[in-house]
Design a protein around this ligand. Structure first.
Ligand code: PA5
Length: 430
């Protein structure tokens, strides 16, 4: 059973926070938005229950692991990379690639077109034992195709003109696109990204499931957590806390001028989760002059970097703390220097205790300073809770799109830059 809780108390109980009337006033629109989501559910809503890609992803993952693969390179960008990276960072060992007893091959993410990063991946990956997964729904993203072509070249050098084909997977729209064409020409394994699931909502398709399964994560538990979230939203509608959060954040932006939403997990492992959410919120809602600006931070690290701004800077932010009750590991701080009062007091406490005390201290300090904040509490960082949270944030974002009156599922603003790039790089027709 996933254990994820949302607490908006401190969006109401601070000066300048929301009043009951604000929330009640938004209720009819919120109910309408939920009815719309549940009445005509977007593709991402069905994935946790149909589990339609779990088996195919698990079976390709088994083949990769069974082949004695040394390295798995996931090539993708934006929605085709951030979800799997968030899962990997949250649920695998932080130094997974360096572990001798790890549950699968090393994993690398080729995302940006920075030649330094790609060269570094190629320095590490052993060409003879490398699998590559080219992940692009459109099949034409320049960054992904360029990274893929370089890696493919290395595999051909190592394995021959046909040998690379057995080590290449493409994850793409099964109906159209250049990558589909390549997969047919070279007889490559294909995993589908369904047409009705947009990139940033695709973490529970093979985009996220394959790399998760390759590294030994529990894909079933991930989907179970997400399905629990869908069930609860179906049962509770506008009362579900993730849904309420859509209205809360919308009102804080449009009625209170707080147009920056900071997601601040108190766990290093959730830093990429915040990055995933930043894309989800920004690309879904930043349209027609609307939308609030998402920002990622990490506690306690950013207490020593950004919290000064959150406490005393412009009153334009809502801070969303992500708290973890039980950290997967803990360490006791040894008793030492007991005669030095600024050091000795730490002895006997644990690192997790310190982290969670600082989390609570930041929340209280923000509240006392009249700085609106909310909390998402995870009982633990595990597959089930992550599945629940990813699904909840996708639902919240989709509903926010309706509240803002924008289409949460397109991204017209990124096309202009792409077209200029295509033209300058000599793509025919541009
Ligand atoms: O959310 C989105 O749709 C985008 O961020 C895409 O995922 C990103 O642009 C990559 O697109 P593609 O998967 O087609 O390569």
């Amino acid at each position: 059973m996933a254990e994820v809780a949302f607490d908006y108390t401190n969006l109401r109980e601070v000066e300048g926070g929301l009043a009951d009337g604000d929330v009640d006033g938004a209720r009819p629109r919120l109910e309408e938005a939920v009815d719309q989501l549940l009445g005509d559910p977007p593709g991402f809503m069905r994935l946790p229950k149909t589990r339609e890609y779990a088996e195919a992803s698990a079976s390709v993952a088994e083949e990769i692991r069974g082949s004695g693969a040394t390295d798995f390179i996931h090539v993708g960008i934006g929605g085709s990379a951030l979800g799997p990276m968030a899962l990997h960072r949250a649920l695998n060992h932080p130094y997974y690639n360096a572990l001798s007893g790890r549950r699968g091959p090393r994993i690398h993410f080729a995302e940006n077109t920075d030649p330094g990063t790609l060269s570094a991946i190629l320095d590490i990956a052993e060409p003879g034992g490398t699998w590559v997964n080219a992940v692009t729904k459109s099949g034409s993203t320049a960054e992904t195709m360029a990274n893929f072509l370089v890696i493919r070249g290395r595999l051909i050098d190592a394995l021959g003109s046909f040998g690379h084909q057995g080590r290449t997977i493409v994850t793409t729209d099964p109906e159209k696109g250049f990558l589909k064409e390549i997969s047919e020409r070279e007889d490559l394994r294909v995993l589908p990204i369904p047409a009705d699931v947009g990139g940033r909502f695709s973490v529970l398709t093979p985009v996220g499931l394959l790399p998760a399964a390759v590294t030994g994560l529990d894909v079933e538990a991930l989907l179970t957590g997400a399905a629990q979230c869908v069930d609860e939203v179906e049962a509770r509608g506008a009362e579900h806390p993730a849904v309420v959060g859509a209205a809360m954040n919308y009102l804080m932006d449009t009625e209170r001028g707080r147009n920056v939403r900071v997601m601040m997990p108190y766990a290093d492992s959730l830093e990429r989760l915040a990055a995933w959410f930043v894309q989800l919120w920004a690309e879904s809602l930043g349209k027609e002059g609307k939308g609030s600006t998402p920002h990622g931070a990490v506690g306690t690290t950013d207490q020593h970097s950004q919290v000064q701004l959150y406490m005393e800077g412009p009153q334009d932010k809502v801070i969303e703390i992500v708290e973890v009750e039980e950290h997967p590991r803990d360490l006791t701080i040894p008793e030492a220097y007991e005669d030095i009062e600024g050091v000795g007091y730490l002895g006997g406490h644990t690192m997790a205790e310190l982290l969670n005390v600082e989390c609570d201290a930041t929340r209280r300090a923000l509240t006392e300073a009249g700085r609106p904040n909310s909390t998402i509490k995870l009982a633990a960082v595990n597959e089930e809770n992550l599945g629940y949270l990813l699904q909840a944030l996708e639902i919240q974002t989709a509903i926010s799109g309706t509240l803002y009156g924008v289409n949460a599922f397109d991204q017209p603003g990124v096309e202009a830059g792409k077209e200029i790039t295509y033209k300058r790089m000599g793509r025919p027709g541009y």
